[in-house]
Design a protein around this ligand. Structure first.
Ligand code: AGP
Length: 608
């Protein structure tokens, strides 16, 4: 996802722009650029392909004390990663940065014949469109922006400055987040609040369809229909420490190891272990509405989808007579699926900005179905558009590979399921074990992380050489197998795929040979013996098996065993997932790859 920063105030704009872009680089990008304006309008305009360090090299010879500017990290959508396609884009006196996709940019480009386009981007067309209203002085900048945006179809988060008036920045959003930081005699702009941390704790989250004109000491917001909007100043929750690495070499390891604490934040004030109950205020559903729920639709992408699938297994076990469908957002959004009445949709998203998930949310709301967000990013688009929600409160998840968010998303949804079961009068004897295990989970996670890390680091050298891996599980370990395979493939680039144990004989067994290693998730329980017989099928074909189990008596002759020492039974699969997270991390570091920013991926996929 691209990143936007902007500054206007009494300090050096270049300093904030570069530091702000560095805060956002975790989201993935392939080029970057900034422009700052002197009081007389002289522009210092720098762009570079690749990492921000390339931009900094150019900056060394172009240091200015300008106090207004905008910057951007680009993740290419239209036009290859290059300097000429990097933002800001300049048209005459205007400079523009943009997140999102202008879907009708080709039609608009045809109306802008007197412009000579230098890039292949939709953004440059938007800049020219704004200029077409601005250049003759017919409109002040903010009005020119409004006139142009009225013609645009698609999504945008933009910031615009002009050499003619270097004392204002105009910003606008539709579908791509923009936050305005309120400082002392300075105003900061960012597409993600983490860029503002350490500069201000006061922020205004722009809403879709709003345009703001900001100066060093004012923020004036209106809609595209020129209706004034009163700015709601909110507190930025994130603290600086939270977005630094905290002494770890990579964000990913930090986020894996902080799961005891992050899960505790998810549980805070929501679990009453004495009573054996949970309480979620956010969904905003009455007891009667909860009691009437007959069907859940759980929507997400990637890890969020896996979290939803795992949660659905649990909820079905303790909540009778409700049906649950867990769907991949990018598939579901085009299905025009009928959702029965007495349904509730859980919209799962760490970033709260995933385009396909957001599109599903909007489609589902059209059917009048209650939508509940299971989101991490406070104030994100999904969090603002759902009818109710439960923030997972895991703090910023910086590494592209999602880890702590997954664990908390699962438990947050299980707690939502428990609130339904409680409302439906499900016996406490059925629910109490879930509540008790949830309450113990943070300390059990701590125990497991400390006991298995060393062993996993050791075996990582063995398995880093493989090109293929198979992850196997049954029941609640099947979504865990899926999540584990995703973790490995997305950062180590090993071709890892997950299968339900029972599916082996229907095809995947044919794959087993020395090119593959197998991860077998074997939690104690009613299906344990069946899973063991599946493992034996793989063993009979000389599979290279890593067994992950909480059965201390496990004694099959497999290549490696990771024993999880825990009293938990229900949520043992979540503890086994920690093994997958650590294995993916250590294999990737052993391969020398970029752990936090894997190739081709972004932290938040805000484009389709
Ligand atoms: C997970 O490790 C991936 N980075 C990716 O699958 C991610 O879970 C997916 O893009 C959904 O993101 P979201 O939770 O922010 O919506």
């Amino acid at each position: 996802m691209c990143g936007i920063v902007g500054y206007i105030g009494n300090k050096n704009a270049q300093d904030f722009l570069i530091s702000g872009l560095k805060r956002l680089e975790y989201r993935g990008y392939d080029s970057a650029g900034i422009v700052t304006l002197a009081e007389n309008g002289d522009a210092t305009y720098l762009r570079a392909q690749g990492k921000i360090t390339n931009l900094e090299e150019k900056l060394l010879k172009n240091k200015r004390s300008d106090m207004i500017g905008i910057g951007h990290t680009r993740w290419a959508t239209h036009g290859e990663p290059s300097e000429r396609n990097a933002h800001p884009h300049q048209i005459n006196d205007l400079f523009l940065v943009h997140n999102g996709i202008i879907e009708n940019y080709k039609e608009l480009k045809e109306t802008l014949n007197d412009y000579d386009f230098k890039s292949e981007t939709d953004t440059e067309v938007l800049a020219a469109l704004i200029d077409s209203f601005y250049k003759n002085g017919d409109y002040p900048l903010s009005n020119a922006v409004v006139q142009a945006l009225k013609l645009v179809k698609g999504t945008y988060g933009i910031a615009v400055v002009s050499r003619k008036n270097p004392s204002e920045i105009v910003v606008a959003r539709f579908g791509s987040p923009l936050v305005i930081g309120i400082g002392n005699n300075e105003t900061l702009i960012a597409s993600d609040a983490s860029a503002l941390v350490g500069h201000t704790k006061r922020a205004i989250y722009l809403n879709d369809g709003e345009v703001a004109r900001v100066t060093n000491d004012s923020v004036e917001i209106k809609t595209l229909n020129a209706e004034p909007v009163s700015a709601k100043v909110e507190e930025i929750e994130t603290n600086l420490a939270a977005i630094q690495k905290g002494g770890y070499e990579h964000f990913l390891l930090k986020e894996i190891m902080e799961q005891p604490q992050s899960l505790m934040e998810t549980l805070r004030g929501r679990v009453n272990v004495e009573e054996g109950t949970v309480r979620l205020g956010g969904p905003g559903l009455s007891e009667d509405e909860l009691r009437r729920i007959k069907h859940l639709v759980i929507v997400g992408c990637g890890t969020a989808y896996h979290a939803g699938l795992l949660a659905s297994y649990y909820i079905e076990k303790f909540t009778p007579e409700i049906t649950i469908e867990t769907v991949i957002a990018s598939e579901y959004r085009y299905k025009e699926a009928y959702i029965p009445e007495n349904s509730v949709a859980l919209i799962v998203s760490q970033s709260g900005e995933t385009a396909d998930t957001l599109a599903c949310l909007r489609e589902i709301k059209k059917q009048g179905i209650k939508t509940i967000g299971i989101v991490n990013a406070i104030g994100s688009t999904i969090a603002r558009e759902v009818d109710g929600g439960t923030y997972v409160h895991v703090g910023p998840e910086i590494s592209v590979a999602s880890t702590k968010a997954f664990t908390s998303q699962v438990i947050a949804m299980v707690m939502f399921g428990l609130t339904i079961a409680q409302a439906k009068g499900v016996k406490k004897a059925i629910l109490k074990p879930y509540v008790e295990e949830i309450n113990k989970l943070p300390s059990e996670i701590e125990k497991v992380l400390n006991s298995v890390s060393g062993g996993i680091k050791k075996i990582a050298d063995t398995y880093k050489e493989y090109e293929h891996a198979i992850y196997l599980g049954r029941d609640t370990s099947y979504p865990i197998a899926m999540e584990g395979a995703l973790k490995l493939k997305e950062i180590s680039y090993i071709d890892a795929n997950a299968y339900a144990f029972g599916e082996l004989k229907h095809g995947p067994l044919a794959l087993i040979d020395d090119r593959f290693f197998e991860m077998a998730f074997l939690p104690k329980g009613v299906l344990y013996d069946k899973a063991i017989s599946n493992v034996q099928e793989v063993l009979a074909r000389n599979g290279h098996i890593v067994a992950i189990t909480n059965n201390q008596e496990f004694d099959l002759q497999v290549e490696n065993i990771i024993k999880i020492d825990t009293s938990l039974l229900i949520f043992a699969p979540l503890l086994m997932n920690l093994v997958s997270q650590l294995l993916a991390y250590y294999i990737t570091t052993a391969k020398g790859y970029n752990v936090d920013q894997p190739r081709n991926l972004a932290k938040s996929v805000t484009v389709e």
